[in-house]
Design a protein around this ligand. Structure first.
Ligand SMILES: Nc1ncnc2c1ncn2[C@@H]1O[C@H](COP(=O)(O)OP(=O)(O)OP(=O)(O)O)[C@@H](O)[C@H]1O
Ligand SMILES: [Mg+2]
Length: 256
């Protein structure tokens, strides 16, 4: 599809079963550097399961996942995150009792702990790191329109605001690959537009994005390529206009 770019993520024959349910069967596709690829499919087709397998939240039964050529199959979620793949959750996972700003800082805490020795070199360095992290957090919060509520506990935010917060937290460590599981679901009309604009802007800045989204119009508008799952199998992989016309895709969605 885009041979001039290297693949960042390679999903090869990914297979996952749950007690009699085949959630994923031999799913293969590649995500290229700088690409905005959407993963779509009817409810229960395996999209979230694929996210969970790629990011280490579920054990893979077959196949493998390569990140920048390295086999990362079945590594722990925190290890995979540290390598540079960050994801959001379909059901939004923010820390309700922590403030908006604290949620942002928590997203990079792990990175800083990895640098514990560096941190022990001196308090001025720690202060510098914290200052840098806070500055970045506030920039990102400003981008998603949440800087003015940064001292509010996350539980006081609306659902849409929590989605925006979670989106901003995954950007904190400046990951190579951003995986978004229905970032605009359950969000009001205006916020959907904001969210999609943020995603597009990120991609224009060169970020590689794997997006799961049900809103077909949005998916068709913003994706460079679309992969379609149905009953855990890949049934299409191509340009939006081709996928839209694909017989198997129409069958999966509309039953004709
Ligand atoms: N932890 C689990 N245990 C058992 N079955 C599961 C589990 N997670 C997912 N499944 C099943 O695997 C299949 C794929 O589910 P998955 O959540 O990946 O679909 P999805 O494409 O994300 O759907 P949706 O669009 O509704 O979010 C479904 O049949 C689902 O019931
Ligand atoms: Mg899902």
């Amino acid at each position: 599809m885009q041979p001039e770019r290297p693949p960042v993520l390679q999903i090869q024959n990914l297979t996952k079963h749950f007690l009699g349910v085949t959630a994923l069967q031999d799913v293969s596709f590649e995500l290229y550097e700088g690409e905005l690829l959407s993963l779509i499919g009817p409810n229960g087709s395996g999209k979230t399961t694929l996210f969970n397998c790629v990011t280490g939240f579920l054990k893979i039964d077959g196949g493998r996942v390569l990140f920048k050529g390295e086999d990362i199959s079945n590594l722990r979620p925190d290890k995979i995150a540290l390598k540079g793949i960050r994801r959001t959750f379909q059901d939004v996972r923010t820390f309700p009792e922590m403030t908006v700003l604290e949620n942002m800082l928590a997203a990079v805490q792990q990175h800083q702990e990895e640098n514990l020795i560096a941190r022990m070199l001196g308090t001025s360095r720690i202060h510098h790191l914290e200052h840098t992290a806070t500055e970045r957090a506030r920039e990102l919060l400003d981008m998603v329109g949440l800087d003015n509520v940064r001292h509010l506990e996350a539980r006081h935010l609306s659902y849409g605001q929590r989605k925006l917060l979670e989106f901003a937290t995954v950007l904190m460590p400046d990951p190579d690959v951003i995986m978004l599981d229905e970032p605009a679901a359950g969000v009001s009309g205006e916020m959907v537009t904001h969210m999609m604009n943020h995603i597009l802007n990120l991609n224009r800045q060169g970020k590689t994005i794997l997006l799961v989204e049900h809103n077909m119009r949005l998916v068709m508008d913003i994706s460079q390529r679309i992969v379609v799952l149905d009953y855990g199998r890949k049934i299409a992989d191509g340009l939006p206009r081709d996928v839209r016309m694909d017989e198997k895709v129409r069958e999966a969605y509309f039953g004709h």
